[in-house]
Design a protein around this ligand. Structure first.
Ligand code: CA
Length: 228
């Protein structure tokens, strides 16, 4: 069972979130201050932390910054105002996602699922820092892709898609799964944008984009990276 730590000083919100996530099948632990949250995060090593920005004692931004020095635990921030979002992003605290109050519990649960899936996929393959397949070399640590020794410039989205595919050779992904895993987005309307990214990616890494050797189309499903 996945454990989620919820850090929030408003008892009503804390209670609602804890009950909802408990019903979703998570083991939920709660903390009502930054100090307690930091302490529990260190002791329990939860799978994910939902962290309010405005907290008594150590605020959520400082808790987040501190935790990032110590671990890669996924963090979703709760912010009271939209303008705090700029601050969150500007400070590059390393939070995985944020949600603005008031929020729906369903939305929070959806964000949690996405972040857990994304970080899960990333962790699976941290072991492998370089993948070599034929002429293609993907260096994850350097975020560098070369084809026959020639460096290829990829956009962040193209790199994310290639990374997900190449790390799971032979596994077929739907467009939705690719969006979700690579970008943490699940908007149905964006599904077809995957095709555009894949087609651009093929132009850059395939010798013959019309007859691809690395990123293969799985009819009726989506795409897969060729088996090794
Ligand atoms: Ca608060």
């Amino acid at each position: 069972m996945r454990q989620i730590l919820v850090v929030e000083d408003e008892p009503k919100i804390l209670q609602m979130v804890a009950t909802y996530l408990g019903n979703e099948g998570y083991k939920v632990t709660t903390a009502a201050s930054g100090t307690e949250g930091l302490d529990l995060a260190r002791r329990l090593q939860p799978d994910l932390i939902v962290l309010d920005v405005m907290l008594p004692g150590i605020n959520g931004l400082d808790v987040c910054r501190q935790l990032r020095r110590e671990s890669q635990v996924p963090i979703i921030m709760l912010t009271a105002k939209a303008e705090e979002v700029d601050k969150l992003l500007g400070l590059e605290l390393g939070a995985d996602d944020y949600i603005t109050k008031p929020f729906s519990l369903r939305e929070l649960a959806a964000r949690i699922r996405v972040v857990l899936r994304r970080t899960g996929l990333n962790q699976e393959s941290l072991l492998e820092e370089v993948i070599n397949v034929g002429d293609l070399k993907v260096d994850f640590a350097r975020r560098e892709v070369t084809v026959a020794g020639r460096e290829v410039e990829l956009t962040p989205t193209e790199f994310a898609l290639l990374a997900v595919l190449a790390r799971h050779p032979g596994r077929a992904f739907s467009r939705m799964q690719l969006l979700d895993a690579a970008l943490g987005e699940t908007y149905a309307g964006y599904e077809r944008s995957v095709d555009t990214h894949i087609s651009n990616l093929r132009r850059k890494i395939e010798e013959d984009p019309a007859n691809p050797a690395f990123i293969l189309t799985v009819f009726g499903i989506g795409y897969k990276f060729r088996s090794r």
